[in-house]
Design a protein around this ligand. Structure first.
Ligand SMILES: [Zn+2]
Length: 133
């Protein structure tokens, strides 16, 4: 089963037995491991070094860049781990996936902006509504 979410677990040493849905990160040894998000059971190891993968821990989960591409493996899956979300990119290029996500975020931000806009902005919008029919 394809995973949609992955959570972060900081470790010192990589455990021998990994649990699906967890990105194990050992900052001490500069490496991260997880079981392939497609559920095939493959262990994917991503070195966290300047020229390989970069890792950040966000409020919702880990972000790993660039994408994880298991081209050499039977499942040939390709995904991005972004803020704890597993974004699948079989038909999209990673750039397309990120662009799509940015669009979604902009939409979400606009929505919350409208919902929680500061009073002066709401007042301004209200006034604008009165005079600019
Ligand atoms: Zn797989």
């Amino acid at each position: 089963m394809k995973l949609k979410r992955i959570s972060l677990l900081r470790v010192h040493y990589m455990p021998k037995q990994l649990t699906p849905g967890i990105l194990y990160v050992s900052e001490k040894f500069g490496t991260a491991s997880h079981l392939c998000a497609c559920g095939c059971g493959l262990t994917v190891t991503t070195p966290i070094t300047a020229n390989r993968w970069s890792f950040t821990a966000g409020a919702n989960g880990p972000t790993l860049r660039p994408s994880v591409g298991n081209w050499e493996q039977p499942c040939r899956t390709h995904y991005i781990i972004d803020d704890g979300d597993v974004l699948w990119c079989e038909s999209w290029t990673p750039e397309e996936v990120l662009a799509g996500r940015a669009r979604e975020k902009a939409k979400r931000d606009a929505y919350y902006d409208k919902l929680y806009a500061p009073w002066y902005r709401r007042l301004w919008n209200w006034l604008k509504g009165l005079f600019m029919q």
